[in-house]
Design a binder for this molecule. Structure first.
Ligand code: NAD
Length: 499
């Protein structure tokens, strides 16, 4: 244990949650052990020490949870009016507000993001809940004209699709779970959530808080466990109507295959290798920190991280010098250290993966300009990597093509804007991307030219539920946010009425 951790006092609720001997599943409003009695451990990535013991759910537990969710879907919950569901979401926002410090402490210890970063995510969580509360009272079909002889009235109705399987990754579950929970509660669906085995705690604790706020039992259930067991069982369960999945492209493929059993509807938010294009006329006061944090935020564990930084050749030296100076100011530390801007990566295997990509970059002939090492000293037991920058990268190199999911930036010089657009598009992925330029016409040329689900101009990473966020190509499909998001939790019924 580091001196730092020994001196840290958690709030009472977070401590008492973490003191539980085993974190059980949450099915039908009850904390229950896995049917097999098996458990698995989860580790604090800042120290490498065991943080908690989780119930290792499997297909038996998934079946129990799906049954509870189906029973709730058909029960009194189905009679709740839109106003009642809206009021529940509003109440949940209030209760979460009261529990926020506790939740960010649990999340910081479980997945390693520093408290300073997590504290800043509160407005995003509250916006999501407020967005979904508004959506609860906005569900509507249409009355439509028709060409049928006689007096036939035609309309469409919207109805909740049923039981949702929500499969969540480890890189920010405290916030990302609300893309599913919000839409489930607003639409009248029910759900079984399967968080990542590396970061399940905030999902378990939030589910308890939802019940405290008045959510009926069975509406949201949580089964922890391994992806290949519990996750696969959820994707393959014949009584789950839709899967909302965020995670890697490889897992997305296996979910598509498993979902064919009952032709589930799918929303897949997958990996990325986004291009961040810095033109010669960019305002470097904004572009340098913007591009740096577009990669290093959350220690590089963000799906839309702009890891390929394409810089116009005439400013490469100036940009790189300023970028390296900015990178020096980033403080990597224990997630509970109030002065840390970056924490560790999630696990030993992720650390090894990131370090092996740094070796790959060197072997491919890219120039390592800073970082590249695991951090030692007080942090030696945690999974800390120095923020790392490669210069002279070409788009053929593996570090420019494959998702690293760690604090590793590649700088690729370009001459003409059209060349930058072509390089940005020369990727299997299509998730995020940005352009930095003071010329509106250059910016729009890039926005129109790059094949990606989301583009930022002179900024990086803003997401608002009213606007939405989505991917294309191997980055998946299905919008998070916007009316399109809600629509995928509903199905349309066409009605022909002869009176
Ligand atoms: P992952 O695919 O390994 O795991 C994601 C979830 O799927 C976990 O809960 C895991 O237990 C589960 N899972 C694993 N195998 C499964 C299987 N065979 N069937 C069903 N479920 C299974 O991803 P990860 O390593 O947790 O997260 C990192 C990846 O997620 C990166 O590729 C990142 O780009 C992506 N991601 C995408 C977005 C987005 O919005 N596009 C957001 C965050 C993360």
């Amino acid at each position: 244990m580091t001196t730092f951790q020994q001196s840290t006092v958690l709030c009472k609720q977070a401590q008492s949650f973490l003191d539980r001997e085993v974190q059980h599943l949450l099915i039908d409003g009850e904390n229950v052990p896995a049917a097999s009695g098996q458990t698995l451990t989860t580790v604090n990535p800042s120290t490498g020490e065991v943080l908690a013991r989780l119930a290792a759910g499997d297909e038996v537990d998934i079946d129990r949870a799906v049954h509870a969710a189906r029973k709730a879907f058909n029960g009194p919950w189905s009679t709740w009016s839109p106003y009642q569901r809206q009021a529940l979401l509003t109440r949940i926002a209030q209760v979460l507000d009261e529990h926020f410090e506790e939740l960010i402490e649990i999340e910081a210890l479980d997945m390693g993001a520093p408290l300073s970063r997590l504290r800043n995510t509160k407005p995003a969580m509250m916006k999501m809940l407020s967005f979904f509360a508004s959506q609860a009272v906005g569900i509507s079909g249409e009355t439509l004209m028709n060409g049928i002889p006689g007096k036939v009235t035609t309309m469409t109705l919207k109805a909740p699709v049923g039981v949702i399987g929500g499969i969540i990754p480890w890189n920010g579950p405290l916030n990302s779970q609300f893309w599913i929970i919000g839409a489930v509660l607003a639409s009248g669906c029910t759900a079984v959530l399967k968080p990542s085995e590396d970061a399940s705690l905030s999902v378990l604790r939030v589910a308890e808080i939802l019940h405290e706020a008045g959510m009926p039992s069975g509406v949201i259930n949580v089964v922890t466990g391994l992806g290949k067991k519990a996750g696969h069982a959820l994707a393959a369960h014949p009584d789950v109507d839709r899967i909302a999945f965020t995670g890697s492209t490889e897992t997305g493929r296996s979910i598509i295959q498993a979902s064919t059993v009952n032709i589930k509807k799918l929303q897949l938010e997958l990996g990325g290798k986004s291009a961040d294009i810095v033109c010669a006329d960019a305002d470097l006061d904004k572009a340098v920190p913007g591009a740096a944090m577009g990669v290093f935020a959350n220690s590089g564990q963000i799906c839309f991280a702009g890891t390929r930084v394409l810089v116009q050749r005439s400013i490469v030296d100036k940009f790189t010098e300023r970028l390296l100076a900015f990178t020096e100011t980033l403080r990597v530390g224990h997630s509970l250290d109030a002065t840390a801007t970056l924490g560790p990566v999630i696990s030993r295997s992720q650390l090894d993966k990131v370090l092996s990509y740094i070796d790959v970059g060197r072997d491919e002939g890219a120039e390592l300009l800073c970082g590249g090492q695991r951090i030692g000293g007080e942090l030696e037991h945690g999974y800390f990597v120095q923020p790392s920058v490669f210069g002279g990268v070409t788009n053929e190199m593996r570090i420019a093509r494959e998702e690293i999911f760690g604090p590793v930036m590649s700088i690729l010089p370009f001459d003409e804007v059209d060349e930058a657009i072509a390089v940005a598009n020369d990727s299997d992925y299509g998730l995020g991307g940005a352009v930095w330029s003071q010329s509106l016409s250059t910016a729009f040329r890039v926005v129109h030219g790059v094949h990606t689900g989301t583009m930022w101009v002179n900024c990086y990473g803003h997401i608002d539920p009213l606007v939405g966020f989505s991917g294309t190509k191997l980055s998946g499909y299905g919008s998070k946010g916007s009316a399109a998001h809600m629509d995928t939790y509903l199905y349309t019924k066409s009605v022909y009425m002869e009176l």
